[in-house]
Write a protein that binds this ligand. Sequence first.
Ligand SMILES: NC(=O)c1ccc[n+]([C@@H]2O[C@H](COP(=O)([O-])OP(=O)(O)OC[C@H]3O[C@@H](n4cnc5c(N)ncnc54)[C@H](OP(=O)(O)O)[C@@H]3O)[C@@H](O)[C@H]2O)c1
Length: 295
Amino acid sequence: MKDPNSQYTLITGASTGLGKAFALECAHRKMNLVLSALPNENLEDLTRQLRQNHGIKVFYKETDLTNRVAVEEFAQWATSNFSINILINNAGIGGTQHFIDSTTTYLDDMIQLNIRAMTLLTRLLLPSLKQQTPAHILNVSSLAAFSPVPYKTIYPASKAFIHHFSRGLEAELQDTNVRVSVLNPGPIMTNSDVCKRIDAQSSYVKLSIMTPEQVAQIALKKMLRGKSVIIPGLMNRINAFFIRLVPVNFRIFVGTQIFKRENRKTRNYEGTRNRSKQPAWKQPDQKAAASRLQG
Ligand SMILES: NC(=O)c1ccc[n+]([C@@H]2O[C@H](COP(=O)([O-])OP(=O)(O)OC[C@H]3O[C@@H](n4cnc5c(N)ncnc54)[C@H](OP(=O)(O)O)[C@@H]3O)[C@@H](O)[C@H]2O)c1
């Protein structure tokens, strides 16, 4: 089935938000696609639309990337069926709440998805990427990567991991055909929960809001030019400059004011996605774990 003459871009978290905007932007550029997201999130419809409207090859696989075995199976499926020359590690979750109120499942999912899935997919796809020219990896971090953030704790830490990982790998792969870029966007109006949290922010923070389409367009253009760090939007570049300039204690002080306010207004909203969409395979595990603890 693998056609060596057709190159593909693989996008994780492609059903909605920034990932869907990446898929549409790639389709405009006539790039063939391999898409992934959690089950039952309209990837089939999106795939059909992209094929019909853009005349490109599009395939998809629904998979839960918080599951290590699923990540490995997904990578195996993708590399044995498609010549992947671009990997966009976009899937990620976040949220604002007191650390002590976070469930261990919420914390674990964020670490597994934002850190482990991104790292393993990069490792498992790298041999295939090395066989393609040109080849790119685009890892989606955040402006939050540049500072510790109270009430978000794990999220900025996971995004800092993505940022440092990407910069290190970019240097390590300098003599190869694979370029590595990291994207550090500010607030993006994506799903309704993210919009609610952005709405709770101050007018200054709102000045840097961008649409997923704007971010995807800028990110793809700069990634294809081989730019290592991509901060879309002038306001975000100014913010990134000042965040890194001021002492860390001051950053933490300002972050505390900003996210205390967001936390109060959104009443401890948990995660960027509705947790009820958690895949069925997790439920028995959780019950088993709970009963083991009780026993
Ligand atoms: N929105 C912002 O303000 C902002 C700012 C900076 C950085 N970012 C980063 O941008 C990326 C996209 O964010 P977004 O706002 O577009 O989020 P989103 O609308 O919630 O989309 C997240 C995507 O990830 C997928 N996903 C979630 N959990 C998954 C799992 N366990 N396995 C596989 N896929 C999973 C979702 O699939 P389903 O639809 O199937 O759940 C969805 O396609 C994230 O890495 C985020 O951290 C966002």
